[in-house]
Design a binder for this molecule. Structure first.
Ligand SMILES: C[S@@+](CC[C@H](N)C(=O)[O-])C[C@H]1O[C@@H](n2cnc3c(N)ncnc32)[C@H](O)[C@@H]1O
Length: 655
């Protein structure tokens, strides 16, 4: 019949329990999971845990608690900061990424094709956000200076002895929860350097499974070599790639240039010629004697055979033209007989001599018609991949001003996104910084007529005014009358990219919506947050107050709530996209919010902040909706008979 609205984000624990229940309903008694029954059913033998291989650090247990603790926060839509919001699905979300990924669990689960993670590398100088899973939102508001006692936490000192533990504590829950958002064939790319590479691999192997580790790419990011290390001069960092599930059809690879495929067969399919003789490596006859054999060619049409007759009368042997030595083919005889339809012979001029040679047709598309790809290599040393290039592009956007310390090189972002087919897909940047990934996506969409959407998450981290290198960013934001926060640099950059920048500006047909992490609109959440660390007496008195207030007050929303914020909080927690369409509609004498998700008609929410009139309740327009439609309104605005009537059409939830 009637339920209260969800005030918590989707918790992975509840979902996992539901999955187990579906598979093995018999292991639940009284609604509780009976582990011993589950073990029996799986014929599970307890291993000697002392012997097993584990990766531990102090406080690891808190990571799991943090993963399981749902977010009680919400996201507030910032219409005035958004650009071309009515025609975009790009999102910039300001706030701590852990709380935000928790809030996105219901709406973006298995929807994201690519997640890019460029976390603080833990150099000792970078900002590491410390979570407090017991009262995470309050802690966040304090740290970002949004409460009176606001303080900023900065670099983790190695002397604390918890340098690696703190970093692991920060990154583990974020990666684990972000993985849930990946599509079945989704990929996560993580940038990292020597400081944490070994720890990162350990935890990613645990979170994703070692079999889903696709590559550890070495990126030559600093050809000049860094002088920071005492003994060696570092030129490189890493890019680690994990698949959600490597058994899925993962499309990764660079599209081969169509200009190489210039030949057309009789069915109109494009191919390129590849010589059948082995060129490099083990090319000598004695290394693979079975791969040296004559091939006979029909001179009229170039078809090939292993047997000589009147039709196949020209001979070709794998001879190395430069030295006349015997070489070998790349195919053995068996493969030759099976696939000789792909081979053809033609006359060529080698060292001034006309001879018959054999070639293989390499088609541009595979059997299913998809363009074949070149495998991505694991050393990326393109000369444009260096931090100077990242800085150069950013300076170009900001008229020569240096506004962010280490923006990623755009070429690096380009190489990641062009290795995957991202058209119409969603890409998430968990630590967006100055927004290089978003910038490159917008430009690639424009150049290649693609429609890749992004979600960029960035903490409103205060720009340190004690650092001289931050002078220009602080001055710029002051000029723009914006607070000195990294998230402001991000929004300003993306805005300028859309509006056009540099010497020959190009205006892009794009936009973005801005959301901010904020405290819930529900009073009860506010109280829970306040009491997390209170002592028992305070807690009991608050619960008493709460019981009394629920008898006195007619709703549980905070004072001064804004309707639109409540609408967003509900749609997020009901699992609708942040790009849902929200319309204010009038039915009879009532005005209501109608929410439909971007895919359309089925999942709708009606929200009404007024007392529903009889005419509305009885109107066809109101009741003629899909089965799963949710109606959210205040409890006291519905009589028992209204509830009985409406529950035939709607799932009723009360605020
Ligand atoms: C290495 S930088 C990313 C640089 C970015 N790739 C670029 O090209 O500009 C990491 C960023 O993550 C941000 N950050 C750190 N902790 C965060 C958190 N918990 N939530 C969101 N952002 C965070 C920092 O403010 C910093 O700007």
């Amino acid at each position: 019949m009637k339920k209260k609205t969800n005030i918590k984000s989707l918790a992975p624990k509840d979902e996992n329990l539901l999955k187990i229940k579906k598979l093995f309903p018999e292991v639940f008694s009284d609604g509780q999971l009976d582990f011993s029954k589950l073990k029996n059913i799986l014929a599970y033998q307890t291993e000697d845990t002392k012997e097993s291989y584990k990766f531990e650090w102090s406080g690891k247990g808190d990571c799991f608690r943090s993963i399981q603790t749902p977010s009680l926060a919400t996201l507030k839509y910032m219409e005035e900061e958004s650009i071309n919001d009515e025609k975009t699905e790009n999102l910039i979300i300001e706030g701590d990424n852990l709380e935000i990924i928790k809030l996105l669990q219901a709406s973006y689960k298995e929807k994201i094709k690519l997640i890019y993670v460029d976390p603080p590398y833990n150099t000792g100088k970078d900002f590491i956000y410390t979570d407090n899973f017991k009262s995470s939102l309050r802690h966040y508001l304090e740290i970002t200076g949004q409460t009176q006692n606001g303080e900023r936490i900065s670099s983790t000192k190695s002397s604390s002895g918890r340098k690696h533990s703190n970093w692991l504590q920060m990154i583990y829950p974020r990666l684990a929860l972000a993985r849930n958002l990946l599509k079945k064939d989704g990929l996560m790319f993580i940038s990292i350097d020597d400081h944490e590479i070994s720890n990162l691999l350990q935890i990613c192997d645990e979170i994703f499974g070692e079999e889903n580790r696709l590559a550890i790419i070495t990126v030559k990011s600093n050809a000049r070599g860094s002088q920071a290390s005492k003994f060696f001069s570092d030129e490189h960092e890493y890019l680690v790639c994990y698949a959600k599930d490597a058994n899925e059809k993962i499309e990764i690879g660079y599209e081969r240039s169509s200009k190489d495929f210039i030949h057309k067969d009789k069915d109109g399919n494009y191919f390129r010629e590849i010589g059948l003789r082995q060129r490099g490596g083990e090319w000598r006859r004695e290394q693979r004697p079975n791969m040296y054999y004559p091939i006979y060619i029909n001179p009229k049409n170039g078809e090939v055979s292993s047997k000589k007759n009147n039709t196949y009368c020209e001979i070709s042997l794998p001879i190395r033209p430069s030295s006349g030595e015997d070489g070998r083919w790349t195919w053995g005889k068996e493969k030759f007989e099976k696939d000789k339809g792909l081979l053809f012979g033609r006359k060529v001029n080698r060292e001034g001599q006309e001879i018959w040679d054999v070639f293989r047709k390499d088609y541009s598309r595979d059997e299913s018609g998809d363009l074949k790809k070149t495998k991505v290599k694991t050393i990326w040393d393109d000369k444009e991949i260096n931090y100077q290039e990242g800085r150069k592009l950013l300076k170009n956007v900001f008229n020569g001003k240096d506004v962010f310390d280490f923006p990623k090189p755009p070429k690096l972002m380009e190489m990641i996104i062009s290795s995957i087919n991202l058209n119409n897909e969603i890409v998430l940047d968990l630590f967006a910084g100055s927004g290089t990934l978003g910038h490159v996506i917008l430009e690639q969409n424009h150049k290649k007529s693609l429609d890749t959407k992004f979600i960029l998450i960035q903490m409103p981290e205060k720009i340190d005014d004690k650092k001289i290198s931050n002078k220009e960013s602080i001055a710029l934001l002051k000029e723009l009358k914006k607070p000195p926060l990294i998230s402001e640099i991000l929004k300003e950059r993306i805005k300028r990219v859309i509006g056009g920048y540099g010497e020959s500006p190009i205006k892009l047909n794009a936009g973005f919506k801005v959301f901010k992490l904020a405290a819930s609109n529900y009073r009860v959440v506010d109280e829970i947050e306040k009491t997390e660390e209170s002592n028992n007496e305070e807690l009991i008195s608050l619960i008493r107050k709460r019981i009394q207030s629920s008898l006195i007050f007619d709703d549980s929303l905070t004072d001064n709530y804004k309707e639109i914020n409540v609408v967003y909080e509900n749609l997020i927690k009901e699992g609708l996209s942040l790009n849902s369409e929200i319309k204010k509609i009038q039915i009879e004498k009532n005005s209501l919010y109608e929410v439909s998700d971007d895919k359309g008609k089925n999942k709708l929410i009606y929200l009404c902040f007024e007392k529903l009139h009889k005419e509305t309740i009885n109107s066809m327009e109101f009741t003629n909706t899909g089965e799963d439609t949710i109606l959210i309104c205040f409890d006291i605005h519905l009589t028992d008979s209204d509830k009985a009537n409406l529950s035939k059409t709607f799932k009723i939830k009360t605020m």
